[in-house]
Design a binder for this molecule. Structure first.
Ligand SMILES: [Zn+2]
Length: 433
């Protein structure tokens, strides 16, 4: 019942997104000062780092001062975990440690105290309510592990969450969803896409969904359009991860707002300079609420751009223009030029006979495109079409092999990565803009 501890915060959490921009900036600066002082006093890694880089915690007063602090990487966390990166006053009986996906091959524990976990859940609820969710609506989660549920509330038919295992075949998932009759489905876009293909347009509209929630993978314009057409409802995406919970969430206008009362988002070039709105670069995130394991200027491994546009919804939380992809997912040409993953994805996902696919760039830069075709099609035609499209895109500079497969391995978390690069640029700071 940790929600109850935070309920008095609820009006503030809801109001934060409507604060005037200068109020919001002042609020972030206050939160940042508190966080920096805490990190210096309680976290050995930050204490030594600030001392060795000549940073005086009291001098970090405004958001711009963040620039004087070095970047935190996954490797630094791994080297300092747990004793030097977890706050010395953490009460472990009040914390949970969860493992991140390790999609880049490195597993990482994220330590959260229960109170922050409850705050994160309220922030998620804020997003849901603002796009039309009601506490008596049912949400079906299609994923590997069951969602956190509150048995007492479920008994009185509030905040009902249902679990549909991701490892089931889409046909079985569809039957379960029709049995549950949820108002909302929450899943990765690749999972929703297979479900939509299985259910089809006639039955999709019959479900009468309020909206779909997509997260954790890139939601492309093509997939969003397809899902909205099949289910006859909007798709709202969010940009979140275990380390920070909500980094950004979509409003009713389907614009992606940074959760500015939870994080500070910066976009940097390869030399660590801040990039102006509209220019994509490495995304670096600072958590304002997690004191057990502070993340200050954490390089999350994604590439995206901030926006200076105002959203018609009136929220003052700033907009993220686009998440282009993970740094690791950029393909590299023999010339050293980088190709953004979405350009490649678009060429393949818009072929209707392709059910699922993955593109792997091997160490020698050649590409292996694995395709799960729709049952009724001749694979040779797909192979030819993809070969032609990719050869045009890459100007014949990369070798492309298209192979047929029955299923794609989803890894330990079920997250699907359409593009995987095994070339030596992996682990570089960024794709170089
Ligand atoms: Zn908006």
């Amino acid at each position: 019942m940790r929600y109850l501890d935070h309920l008095y915060h609820w009006p503030v959490i809801r109001r934060n997104q409507w604060r005037k921009p200068d109020e919001l900036a002042a609020m972030q600066a206050r939160a940042l000062r508190r966080l920096i002082a805490h990190a210096y006093a309680k976290v050995p890694y930050y204490h030594d780092l600030f001392d060795s880089s000549g940073v005086v915690p009291g001098q970090i007063a405004a958001l711009d001062d963040l620039r004087s602090l070095p970047i935190l990487t996954k490797d630094i966390i791994l080297a300092n975990y747990p004793d030097r990166i977890i706050a010395s006053d953490v009460d472990w009986t009040e914390c949970s440690a969860r493992m991140t996906s390790g999609s880049s091959g490195k597993k990482l524990d994220v330590v959260l105290d229960h109170s922050v976990a409850a705050l994160y859940r309220l922030m998620q609820l804020r997003q849901l309510i603002d796009v039309g969710y009601k506490p008596w609506d049912k949400i079906a989660y299609v994923r590997f592990s069951p969602p956190v549920t509150n048995i007492m509330l479920q008994k009185v038919n509030l905040f009902r969450r249902f679990f549909v295992p991701l490892e089931w075949e889409p046909e079985r998932q569809a039957i379960e969803i029709f049995r549950i009759r949820p108002q909302v489905i929450n899943a990765y876009p690749s999972v929703l896409y297979l479900l939509a293909k299985t259910i089809g347009k006639d039955d999709g509209a019959l479900l009468g969904l309020k909206f779909l929630l997509s997260n954790s993978e890139l939601l492309t314009a093509h997939v969003r359009e397809y899902l909205e057409d099949v289910f006859q409802c909007k798709v709202y995406d969010d940009y979140s991860c275990l380390e920070f919970s909500a980094i950004a969430f979509e409003c009713r206008m389907q614009n992606l707002h940074v959760a500015a009362d939870n994080v500070i988002v910066e976009v940097l070039d390869d030399d660590g300079r801040r990039l102006p709105p509209g220019v994509p670069g490495r995304i670096v995130v600072t958590s304002l609420n997690n004191y057990s394991m502070p993340y200050i200027r954490y390089e999350i491994g994604d590439v995206g751009a901030l926006s200076d546009k105002a959203c018609p919804c009136g929220r003052s939380f700033p907009l993220l223009e686009a998440i282009v992809g993970r740094c690791d997912d950029f393909l590299v040409m023999p010339s050293g030029e980088f190709i953004d993953p979405q350009t490649v994805v678009f060429q393949i996902e818009t072929i209707p006979e392709v059910k699922e696919f993955r593109v792997v760039q091997q160490e020698d830069q050649s590409l292996v495109v694995s395709i799960v075709p729709e049952r009724t099609v001749e694979f040779r035609k797909i192979r030819e079409e993809i070969g032609v499209k990719l050869n045009v895109l890459f100007n014949d500079a990369l070798r492309v092999d298209v192979i047929e497969t029955r299923a794609l391995d989803r890894g330990p978390t079920g997250k699907h990565r359409s593009i995987v690069s095994r070339t030596s640029h992996q682990g570089r700071a960024g794709p170089g803009f």
